[in-house]
Structure formats: structure tokens, C-alpha cells
Design a protein around this ligand. Sequence first.
Ligand SMILES: CC(C)(COP(=O)(O)OP(=O)(O)OC[C@H]1O[C@@H](n2cnc3c(N)ncnc32)[C@H](O)[C@@H]1OP(=O)(O)O)[C@@H](O)C(=O)NCCC(=O)NCCS
Length: 161
Amino acid sequence: MHIRTAAMADLAAITAVESACFPAAEAATEADFKARLSVYPDHFWLLEDESGTIVSFVDGLVTDEPTLRDEMYSDASFHDESGAWQMIFGVNTLPAHRRQGLAEQVLRRVIADAKAQGRKGCVLTCKDKLIHYYGKLGFVNEGVSESVHGGVVWYDMRLTF
Ligand SMILES: CC(C)(COP(=O)(O)OP(=O)(O)OC[C@H]1O[C@@H](n2cnc3c(N)ncnc32)[C@H](O)[C@@H]1OP(=O)(O)O)[C@@H](O)C(=O)NCCC(=O)NCCS
């Protein structure tokens, strides 16, 4: 297994993993990823298996804004390379590869890179069933998010370095 950053050539593969992992109302679209990849390809962490297939990935922009807002998902112009907070938008592992610690491996790399880049920490939103999962990595639950993404309830989670 190998973790690398992304390039525009990964667009179709990334979009396919996302749609295998999230319902349509929540999944980022190919257009969203195209915009993200054109602005912050280095803020994608793609985990490939031995054959070069992307089986798990994390992405998200960097900003001085401390809270993840829904507008950030589809507007890559919120990215500020020198920003304080690494946002985490999607955490995705293909169904056949789950429960092997792959997402954790990717998240630990994201956290290590954000630390090395001098960020204040990492921010994400998640559903209630995953609060404990991110908690194991040090994220603290800040309560129900203002997000209306996909019409479900999200929780604001923050890991401060
Ligand atoms: C959430 C998601 C990213 C997790 O991916 P994953 O690669 O399976 O994650 P991990 O393997 O690191 O951990 C998942 C669980 O497997 C467990 N696990 C890890 N390695 C394991 C192993 N070898 N054997 C058994 N269980 C294992 C973890 O402890 C964790 O259990 P927990 O939920 O009780 O804490 C994946 O299920 C997914 O893509 N879901 C759909 C999209 C989604 O909801 N994303 C999150 C949005 S906030």
C-alpha cells in the first residue's frame, strides 16, 4: 500500500470511489473534484493497492476559517495554502477494503502532514455513528454542525495540535 497526492489524471478514479462510498446527495461530483484538483491536488491523500488501484482516500482544502462550511465542498476558491486548518471533506474506503485500518492509515498521514506544514489542526464533520472512530484519532466532538449537507445531521469534529 502506498499513499500519494493527486493529479488531474486521477479525476475519474477519485469520483468513482466517492460514488461507491457516499449516497448521491452527499457525494462530491466529478465537477467538484475537477475544481478541487485544479486548485489543491496536494491536499488529496490517495491510498493505492499493489496494482495501482485507489482503494481509500481523504481530501480537503486549507483555510484560516476554523469551521467547515458546506460552501467549501463545491467552491475550491476557499483554499488558502497558508491557512491554519486542514479541512477533511471525504474519508472514503471502497466497501471491499473496509475494516482493515486503511482509512486510519490515510488519516494518520493527513494529520502528520498537516502537523509538518505547521497547521493548527484538522477539522471534519461526521455522522453520529463515526464520532467514536474519529475520537480514537484525537478529534474532539464540538456538537451538532450547522451543515445541511445531504439533509442529514453532522457533528463538528476538531483535532488541535
Ligand atoms: C468510514 C470509512 C471511511 C472507514 O474506512 P475503513 O478503511 O474501513 O476504516 P478503518 O479500517 O480504519 O476503521 C473502520 C473500523 O474497522 C476497524 N478495524 C480496523 N482494522 C481492523 C481489522 N484488521 N479487523 C477488524 N476491524 C478492523 C476499526 O477499528 C474501525 O472500527 P470502529 O468503527 O469500531 O472504530 C468507510 O467505512 C467508508 O468509506 N464509509 C462510507 C463513507 C463515509 O461514511 N465516510 C465518512 C464520512 S465522515
